[in-house]
Design a protein around this ligand. Structure first.
Ligand code: RAM
Length: 486
């Protein structure tokens, strides 16, 4: 309890400054009667508050007017019929309002929106009206003045970089949001990728520190795992999901933070929690050192339908162990020996129990014989196989029609990381261009939560209208482009 309070007060001390900017859309005024509608284009994706004014056109309005105002991250969202949306995730995420205004006035809408387009329909007015003075007050905690352009000579990578940094900027508010349209909360998996990209772009260390402390203050579940998400508005609340891979990625985020800052004060504060996450994971290994299935939403990995996840999850554990033992070594903690010994034991166990020698791939009965990119990538990132053997496996599974493929830019980040790890730089660049460049071809101003080139209607939630089109975990091309000087 004492620690939680301390962590929350440290999170509060690192509350980032928000920068505001007024964006004027392309239309300056519109005369309307009942049933008329018009579209405003901000010319860019923005997160913030919308205001406008209306007045009588000639005669006094006589009765209140009713407007329907719809906000879309892209034009498809504007054109989609929201009334056809059936609940999966709550339809209240869909950005559409009906407002009644009594008298000619200037109005600032109270809720925050994420959009590029705004469609206004005059549902009812007794007399014609003039709508004008449209303004969108955009906010972000990313200081764009510190952002240097990427030094790439490749035109497509340059465009990808601009959209990727834009995606990150939009998600940087008073903490790292996963998506400014939805879910508007701090998730560990997203935090890790946002923080990583932020080190190479906006370099806002406060927000990263804040987010680490917000998680550290969360309530662990009965297995000992941190919450996978937390809320901070209007007050702090610890989320009820405790996904094992996300708990591990909290530890990785702490390692990343040290690598980029050398700040031992934060590491000392968070050390016990990191150790406890790894100890908790260790307790759910079986006698062969392989993770056992747990009830509930236990592993995430990707939104790929019907994905079997145990092998990939085991890879996340290895990846975390490696990073954590390196951190301990760097700060002179002798326990690093214990962790690296365990790491090599688990790697051996994975090769023995999760690898199929005949298929030359990580296919096993724990994952019901399923062949997935996810298992191969995480076993490679976990260091179970290396060199030629790993290269051949990775390249072939990315081409294979029989393998389950990634569906989110989140998982594709780790695919790209595996390609770089194996020094397959050309393949990594092609991969980036194919998936993030593919979204650009579809007109993306910011990168999306989910994207399958052959199925643009794909949604993890059964209906693409609820998808977030500016999603934190999609911002990492800027990390790769800048880190590897592409
Ligand atoms: C969704 C969000 C979020 C992600 C979780 C696992 O609700 O897209 O970004 O981290 O899933």
């Amino acid at each position: 309890m004492k620690d939680k309070k301390l962590f929350l007060s440290k999170a509060q001390k690192n509350f980032p400054e928000l920068y505001y900017r007024d964006i004027k859309p392309d239309v300056t005024e519109f005369f309307a009667s009942t049933g008329d509608s018009f579209l405003l284009d901000l010319g860019e994706h923005a997160v913030g508050h919308f205001s406008f004014a209306f007045d009588n056109a000639d005669d006094f309005i006589d009765a209140p007017i009713r407007l329907i105002i719809k906000f879309g991250e892209d034009m498809r969202e504007i054109e989609d019929d929201f009334s056809a949306y059936e609940e999966g995730l709550s339809k209240t995420w869909l950005q559409e309002e009906i407002i009644n205004l009594d008298f000619p006035q200037k109005t600032t809408m109270p809720r925050r929106y994420a959009c590029r387009y705004i469609k206004i329909t005059v549902d009812k007015t007794n007399k014609p009206v003039r709508l004008f003075d449209f303004c969108f007050r955009a906010s972000t905690s990313a200081d764009v003045s510190v952002l240097e352009p990427a030094k790439t000579a490749d035109a497509l990578l340059n465009k990808i970089d601009i959209v990727a940094t834009n995606t990150l900027k939009e998600c940087m508010q008073t903490f790292f949001e996963d998506g400014p349209k939805r879910d508007r909360r701090l998730w560990t998996g997203d935090l890790r990728l946002e923080a990583l990209t932020n080190y190479y772009t906006f370099k806002n260390l406060e927000i990263t520190k804040r987010c680490l402390y917000l998680f550290a203050a969360g309530n662990c579940d009965k297995l000992g795992f941190l919450p996978s998400y937390v809320y901070e508005t209007p007050y702090y609340f610890s989320g009820s999901a405790h996904i094992a891979d996300y708990a591990l990625l909290f530890v990785v985020s702490v390692c990343d933070y040290y690598e980029h800052t050398g700040d031992t004060a934060v590491i000392n504060d968070l050390m016990q929690i990191c150790k406890s996450q790894l100890e908790s994971f260790r307790k759910i290994l079986d006698e062969n050192l392989i993770v056992t299935h747990q009830e509930g939403w236990f592993a995430f990995i990707d939104w790929c339908p019907e994905l079997e996840k145990l092998t990939a999850l085991q890879g996340v554990y290895l990846y975390t162990l490696e990073r954590f033992s390196e951190l301990l070594k760097a700060i002179g903690d002798e326990e690093h020996k214990k962790y690296s010994l365990h790491l090599s034991e688990v790697r051996h166990a994975c090769k023995k129990h999760l690898y199929d020698e005949k298929a030359n791939a990580f296919i096993n009965k724990l994952d019901n014989g399923q062949f997935s990119v996810h298992s191969q990538v995480w076993m490679i990132l976990g260091g179970v196989i290396n060199g030629r053997e790993a290269e051949e496996l990775l390249v072939s599974c990315l081409d294979s029609k029989d393998a389950k493929q990634s569906v989110t830019p989140y998982m594709r980040h780790y695919v790209t990381e595996a390609l770089f790890k194996l020094n397959l730089k050309d393949e990594a660049v092609q991969y980036l261009k194919k998936f993030w460049g593919g979204m650009l071809e579809q007109g993306a101003d910011t990168f999306w939560e989910a994207y399958i080139p052959e199925n643009l209607d794909f949604s993890p939630y059964d209906n693409r209208v609820i998808n977030s089109l500016c999603h934190a975990w999609s911002c990492t091309p800027s990390y790769f482009i800048r880190k590897y000087g592409l």
